[in-house]
Design a protein around this ligand. Sequence first.
Ligand SMILES: Nc1ncnc2[nH]cnc12
Ligand SMILES: [Zn+2]
Length: 339
Amino acid sequence: MAFPNLKKVIKGIPKAELHLHIEGSFEPELMFQIAKRNNIILDYDSIDSLKKAYQFNNLQEFLDIYYTGAKVLLYEQDFYDLTWAYLNKVHDQNVVHVEVFFDPQTHTDRGVDFAVVINGIYKALEKAKQELNISYKLIMSYLRHLSEEEAFKTLESSLPYKDWIDGVGLDSSEIGNPPSKFVQVFKASAKHGYKLVAHAGEEGPVDYIWEALDLLKVIRIDHGNRCLDDEKLVQRLVKEKIPLTLCPLSNVALKVISKMEEHPVAKMLEKGIIATIHSDDPAYFGGYMNANFYETAKALNLNKRQIMQLAINAFEASWLSSNVKEKHILEVKNYFNSL
Ligand SMILES: Nc1ncnc2[nH]cnc12
Ligand SMILES: [Zn+2]
């Protein structure tokens, strides 16, 4: 173990979560509860049998289950309950800032209005800001297995709500759906004032990370695990201060790496990359922020300095204003000094 009381130390760190799909925080218990009230029969007859199905060999196997689970979400109250449950959970883990992805097309393709989705999510985020003192940003993600034309329709639907949305992202099945497929819609999204991020180099090759930077002009890469394959890319990430939002438990669950001991985050820190740790789809991958920090720190034998750096990097990489960032970074440093 890196040092004593590791779990307790991690719990006390003020944290920022920058890579979280709200649909991926859908716990089986809540899924069954919402399915029941919406008169939907799930493919699994119990919470346990559903949980047993959470064994994945790759990203696509996970996505198939994730999209099926999301089908029970029909009404504003459902999206509100989903978001509120997540925010309460992370509040208990001392997460003070969240930047949350939502996938409108997962719902609009089933006939659920964009307004229903965003109203439910937004109301829960606002309540958490008031009552739990959690600040937030909202990121609308385009599904890359669908066409750019469909992403354009989603962009159009988002415009009445653009004051609630801070950025756009790109997620879903990576291999075969390169960033280059979405150049025009990212350009248009930027014109509307949205910040840009994209999943790249999770399962896909290092070229996709280059494309996300050069063609989509993203300011942050989600995952980016593969960047260490390319020293020139590493230098670019360091020089341009492009953060990577890593998700270690997700990487193990989806077999992006074969075991946690092989996670690249320590090497990335050593190289000066702004690497950060997050939970991706915690209801499916076995843990939220604390578990991601703990399992990573334990497997890689991270020391206090490295763990502190990860916590600082997340605020550094966030979209908070610089004075608020500084305030949180100071809180992290004071916390570690007090240990
Ligand atoms: N880990 C992940 N990669 C790509 N798309 C996703 N959508 C939800 N989780 C995802
Ligand atoms: Zn993700």
